[in-house]
Design a protein around this ligand. Structure first.
Ligand code: HXC
Length: 257
């Protein structure tokens, strides 16, 4: 296998980004995050790609930010390097992001999975925010996204007491969309991504934006935003084609315009 830190593949209309530091359990150092974000931005700009899967390997999705890289850092160095800023670029990705998670998804790894729009987990997946064990707290959205996903009570236990969630718990508490045997998690994630990638691209994009509004804003703003995006789709050819195809009882042909 290549020794590149991040591997890129495409399967049909699905772009796959694979973190490739297996010996360090795919710990996310600065170089990995830079390459991962660059790959996601490139797929986002590529009209041949309709959805993106982010994954690691069977043993680890990612065991967190690279502790070695941070261990001796001062607050000034952390602020100057400001590596977490890269995560904002990930938040700006317009195409659906699906995390295919097997093994460890801890700390920044769990935050990376939660920064995706959906999570497909293998039965071996373990989610957690164990930063408390090394004297810090989550820094890339973990306190916010986990709380929204699983509720305050469980988030407190995970973040304050380092409790791990196994795959079944992650599914039960609404963190993972589905759990499948380890031999199937990649195929399942790619199939889900491919299904979405075949849908009307502009509607998928605005649907993602609208659902994220529900997470990121108060209800009144979210509802107003959803309405604006809904109306906007009536200026697209895909809306005309989609509705006409339904009336004609035939599959729609999406143009992405
Ligand atoms: C650097 C890491 C690492 C990490 C594992 N490794 N996690 N290196 N950063 N986050 C390295 C180990 O040092 C070891 O290297 C090798 O990967 C294998 O790990 P082991 O510990 O030997 O494996 P195992 O006994 O199976 O334990 C697995 C584990 C454990 C439970 C996942 O590795 C672990 O607790 N890792 C740290 C998890 C964590 O605290 N994550 C949060 C980080 S802080 P050697 O060279 O010894 O073989 C964070 C903040 C995010 O993520 C802030 C925003 C970005």
């Amino acid at each position: 296998m290549s020794d590149a830190l991040v591997l890129i593949e495409t399967h049909g209309r699905v772009g796959v980004i694979r973190i490739n530091r297996p010996k360090q359990l795919n710990a996310l150092n600065g170089a990995v995050m830079r390459m991962l974000v660059d790959a996601a931005l490139a797929f986002d700009a590529d009209a041949a790609v309709g959805a993106i899967v982010i994954t690691g390997d069977e043993r680890a999705f990612a065991a967190g930010a690279d502790i070695k890289e941070m261990a001796a850092a001062s607050v000034v160095e952390m602020l100057q390097a400001n590596r977490i800023e890269l995560w904002d670029a990930l938040r700006g990705i317009k195409k659906p992001l699906i995390a295919a998670v097997s093994g460890w998804a801890l700390g920044g790894g769990c935050e990376l999975a939660m920064a995706c729009d959906m999570i497909v987990a293998s039965e071996t997946a373990r989610f957690g925010q164990p930063e408390i064990n090394i004297g810090i707290i989550p820094g890339a959205g973990g306190t916010q996204r986990l709380t929204r996903a699983v509720g305050k009570a469980l988030a407190m236990e995970v973040i304050l007491n380092g409790r791990f969630l196994d795959a079944a718990e992650a599914e039960r508490f609404g963190l993972a969309n589905r759990v499948v045997p380890v031999e199937q998690y990649m195929r399942t994630a790619i199939e889900l991504a491919q299904q979405i990638a075949e849908r009307a691209p502009l509607a998928v994009r605005l649907a993602k934006e609208a659902v994220n509004q529900a997470q990121e804003s108060v209800l009144a703003e979210g509802i107003a935003d959803e309405r604006r995006l809904f109306y906007m789709l009536f200026s697209t050819e895909d809306q005309k084609e989609g509705m006409q195809a339904f009336l004609d009882k035939r599959p729609a042909r999406w143009q992405g315009r």
